[in-house]
Design a protein around this ligand. Structure first.
Ligand SMILES: Nc1ncnc2c1ncn2[C@@H]1O[C@H](COP(=O)(O)OP(=O)(O)OP(=O)(O)O)[C@@H](O)[C@H]1O
Ligand SMILES: [Mg+2]
Length: 265
């Protein structure tokens, strides 16, 4: 891989990460590319969230390295890193009394929320444009004046996505962004992140639903902290891999160009 190509990646190299005292990630090497939608899959406890947190620099690896745009993550100044990597945590709580536009402005480092937005730096037109852009792309502009408490779960998730996109990051890491959403909203979130990846963003999403994961460009299948398989959905979602990871006998078929995983019980 050339220098230029490497410059557009988020990489884990022989990464070992502990969660508390537990060796949750055990020698993971993976490369995520800007402009691609990658899904991290694997059973409960496989190390997916721990890997994501290490890729974000929130957990320091025991050994191995994370490289962002070709440069070790630990060499990045924190503010620059925070602008380059955005995170949508699992079950992220938004301030219920906050209005949608203010929540999205938080993604620009607009300030802290305490019964109102407390600015931490001067607000610019570029900030305003980034917020409007993120609201528009997530189809949340039409309820920008509503309070978070007045939104459905799916709408709230799109606001969280807008908050992350307002940062204008190079990579967006999402931990189970479709949890607790109905099927239509799940597909909606995936459609939005696919669209952002097509626009050049690197997307890394932890997903449990293999049907949704099949819509990603690349998959990383973890099992007991190790990489069991990585590649295209066709390469990763095979009956032997699914059996090894989930202890599940499944058929994998194609319907209208999409992969379908059908568990056999
Ligand atoms: N603070 C902790 N102390 C001890 N063990 C932990 C701690 N946090 C996580 N673990 C363990 O590390 C392993 C990996 O956890 P992790 O949260 O990364 O898994 P995951 O793949 O995200 O699982 P899930 O699909 O359930 O979210 C699990 O077995 C978990 O019990
Ligand atoms: Mg998890």
């Amino acid at each position: 891989m050339s220098r230029e190509e490497r410059a557009d990646t988020l990489e884990a190299e022989a990464l070992h990460v502990r969660a508390g005292s537990f060796p949750a990630v055990r020698g993971v090497s993976a490369r995520f590319q800007a402009g691609q939608f990658a899904a991290v899959i694997g059973p409960n406890g496989a190390g997916k969230s721990t890997l994501l947190r290490a890729l974000l620099g929130l957990t320091r690896p025991e050994s191995g390295e994370v490289r962002l745009l070709g440069r070790p993550l630990r060499a990045w100044p924190r503010p620059e890193r925070a602008r380059t990597l955005a995170y949508l945590a699992q079950g992220e709580a938004l301030p219920p009394d906050a209005r949608v536009r203010d929540v999205v402005a938080l993604g620009r480092g607009a300030g802290a929320w305490k019964w109102g937005l407390i600015p931490t730096r001067p607000w610019t037109q570029a900030d305003e444009d980034a917020v409007t852009g993120a609201l528009t792309r997530t189809d949340t502009l039409r309820f920008e004046d509503r309070r978070v408490s007045e939104l459905s779960g799916g709408e709230r998730q799109r606001v969280s996505l807008a908050r992350a996109l307002a940062t204008q990051p190079r990579f967006l890491l999402l931990d189970e962004p479709t949890n607790h959403l109905d099927l239509a909203y799940q597909l909606d979130v995936i459609r939005h992140v696919r669209c952002e990846a097509a626009g050049g963003l690197g997307v890394v999403a932890v997903l449990h639903d293999l049907g949704l994961a099949a819509r990603a460009d690349r998959l990383l299948l973890l099992h007991q902290g190790r990489v069991l398989a990585q590649g295209t959905p066709e390469e990763v979602l095979t009956p032997p891999h699914l059996h090894a990871a989930y202890g599940l006998r499944a058929r994998v078929t194609r319907d209208a160009g999409r992969l379908l995983v059908i568990p056999e019980d």
